[in-house]
Design a binder for this molecule. Structure first.
Ligand SMILES: Nc1ncnc2c1ncn2[C@@H]1O[C@H](COP(=O)(O)OP(=O)(O)OP(=O)(O)O)[C@@H](O)[C@H]1O
Ligand SMILES: O=c1[nH]c(=O)c2[nH+]cn([C@@H]3O[C@H](COP(=O)(O)O)[C@@H](O)[C@H]3O)c2[nH]1
Ligand SMILES: NC(=O)CC[C@H](N)C(=O)O
Ligand SMILES: [Mg+2]
Length: 539
């Protein structure tokens, strides 16, 4: 069986651009923008040594940074970047780092500059190569709108560099070295506020680095299926936890295309799934997609362990640990059944998870313990297989669409592993779960019926542990309350509240249905808090 490092890697199949991250808020956006026009790129921490790189990039981009190049602990790039022989583009801090390294000067500006600026490009008719960066970007009167965010700036360009653009306050807003193919810009092309910023990135990647724009989801599917086959070999089996969410379903579909019934999916019924969730998922993955799937009923085990527990973190930990236990036991059973041929564990890890774990600043503070199948089975000696490791969520959705998954599945709102347990505030009992579950079912049904589902990134109903007074059929009631949440977001790191006039009218109808149809509820609230300061889930 081939070892993992003999297996063809994604960057051997596609021209790759390397983005070195100095900790800017926008680094992952550079990656997104470049992939959008069909070039594969990877984000690695700025501490990456070029000698240790496991692929050969066709170009390198140095990101911005919250640091000043003169800070004591300012991050430094491996100088080998500048001897590597491929084009380099420095953005903001990246420009400043390149300038210092090449012998130019960087100083603190008199006025820090945040926001829009008008950029004027200087053409070099006798050096057409350096004009390539701004090709096709100028607006009327030769200026273009860019977005700046800096306190330092270049005050003297290094030897051999030419100034290729300036703003009123930044005389060295862009510089270039023709022979070395080095470019540096003070503004941020990766944010949408820089009009035409994507054209600049495209000019750099396609015209200057000469990358082929062959990174498409179609080509990814064929190559990934081939890669999985190489990895697993002709007889190996793979197990994977699936939830019916888009990530694990797309990963499972790829596995199924690659190795058919040698892939075994496990769905754990933890007692806190949505209404009819397990039957629906089993039907969808099993009957419709032909995946070998087993539903393990562990509802009593989970609910038993959650008895009397109110603390959100304790709930999350209990669920996380119980998931592992149940999954391990099932994987061991399957392994026996298949003569010990199970060698791999499938995970639906996405690129944002990878970025977070490789950040040179280290992982961010723990707000919540996300239930995690990652690192699940250390002592089981299973090797990991993560076909979506290079992809962003919207790429996974596109992949799902191309693999022929139903629209309904592709656009499913995310559903957290700990499920309704983190949507019942306070103790999780069967009765409380049932109330939240029914309310959620009505809520989502109405959202779909009224055409709001695709406009909302995630919606759910939660049960609040308070009782208030109401009046129903002339009788006093003293019952619990439901909180409805609906957010819009791109990456779930920040989120806005979904709102519109029509939506509010719809909410009133939903509230009335919930109070009428769900016993034990006499009041409905709509959560209008953004993230931050709130989070998406209540627990
Ligand atoms: N009930 C479950 N049974 C088995 N595995 C589960 C269950 N719930 C979650 N998992 C596992 O945990 C992983 C992470 O869950 P997560 O919700 O982040 O992803 P997803 O469910 O695949 O997609 P989505 O984010 O769209 O819900 C899943 O990919 C799956 O492997
Ligand atoms: O699989 C998961 N396991 C978890 O433990 C978990 N906790 C939160 N979420 C989902 O993550 C996104 C952000 O949620 P928060 O703002 O509440 O952290 C939202 O989409 C949440 O639904 C989870 N998903
Ligand atoms: N956005 C950036 O990369 C800023 C770089 C540096 N901190 C400055 O203020 O100039
Ligand atoms: Mg999920």
């Amino acid at each position: 069986m081939p070892e993992q490092d003999q297996v063809t890697q994604v960057h051997e199949l596609f021209d790759t651009v390397l983005i070195l991250d100095f900790g800017s808020q926008y680094s992952h956006l550079i990656t997104r923008r470049i992939r959008e026009f069909g070039v594969y790129c990877e984000l690695l921490p700025c501490t990456q040594k070029m000698a240790d790189l496991h692929f050969k990039p066709k170009g390198i981009i140095l990101s911005g940074s919250p640091y000043s190049v003169y800070d004591k602990d300012a991050p430094r790039v491996d100088p080998a970047v500048f001897d590597y022989g491929v084009p380099v583009l420095g953005i903001c801090y990246g420009l400043q780092e390149m300038t210092l390294h090449m012998g130019g000067k960087v100083e603190a500006c008199d006025h820090r500059e945040y926001g829009h600026a008008m950029l004027t490009v200087t053409k070099h008719a006798d050096h057409p190569f350096i004009d390539l960066l701004f090709e096709g970007m100028e607006g009327e009167n030769g200026e273009m709108q860019v977005w700046m965010s800096h306190g330092d700036q270049v005050t003297s360009e290094p030897e051999g560099f030419r100034v290729i653009a300036n703003t009123r306050t930044a005389p060295f807003a862009a510089i270039a070295h023709e022979e070395k193919h080095f470019f540096g810009i003070q503004f941020h092309p990766e944010v949408t506020h820089t009009l035409n910023g994507k054209t600049l990135l495209r000019n750099f990647v396609i015209n200057i680095c000469k990358c082929q724009d062959s990174w498409t989801m179609e080509s990814f599917i064929d190559k990934e299926i081939e890669r999985i086959r190489q990895m697993v070999g002709p007889v190996g089996h793979v197990v994977g936890a699936v939830s019916g969410g888009v990530d694990s379903t797309v990963a499972a579909k790829l596995m199924n295309e690659a190795i058919g019934h040698r892939f075994h999916a496990i769905l754990v019924d933890n007692g806190v799934m949505r209404l009819n969730e397990c039957q629906v998922v089993k039907k969808m993955l099993g009957d419709k997609m032909g995946i070998d799937i087993k539903v393990v009923d562990a509802a009593d085990l989970f609910l038993g362990r959650l008895k009397g527990v109110e603390d959100p973190e304790k709930k999350r930990k209990i669920i996380g640990n119980t998931f592992i236990e149940v999954f391990e036991a099932e994987a061991a059973l399957l392994d026996k059944e298949h003569g010990g041929e199970i060698e791999y564990l499938l995970q639906g890890t996405l690129y944002p998870d990878v970025i977070e774990s490789i950040s040179f600043k280290g992982p961010s503070a723990t707000i919540k313990t996300h239930h995690n199948v990652g690192g699940l089975l250390e002592d089981m000696k299973l090797k990991l297989i993560e076909p979506l490791r290079e992809l962003f969520k919207d790429e996974v959705r596109e992949l799902g669409r191309l693999l022929g998954l139903d629209d309904e599945l592709v656009w499913r709102h995310p559903f957290p592993g700990p499920g309704i347990a983190i949507r019942v505030v306070g103790e999780v009992t069967k009765e409380q779960v049932e109330i939240a579950r029914l309310a959620d079912h009505i809520y989502i049904e109405e959202i779909k019926k009224n055409g709001f589902y695709r406009q909302i990134s995630q919606a759910y109903a939660a049960l609040l542990p308070i009782k208030t007074v109401g009046v129903m059929g002339d009788k006093r009631t003293y019952e619990q309350a439901i909180a409805l949440r609906a957010i819009t977001t791109v990456d779930f790191m920040t989120a806005d509240v979904f709102s519109s006039f029509e939506w509010f009218e719809c909410l009133k109808r939903i509230s009335s249905r919930i109070i009428n149809e769900v016993q034990g509820v006499n009041r409905v609230f709509y959560d209008v808090s953004t993230k931050p300061p709130a989070t998406v889930e209540l627990c």
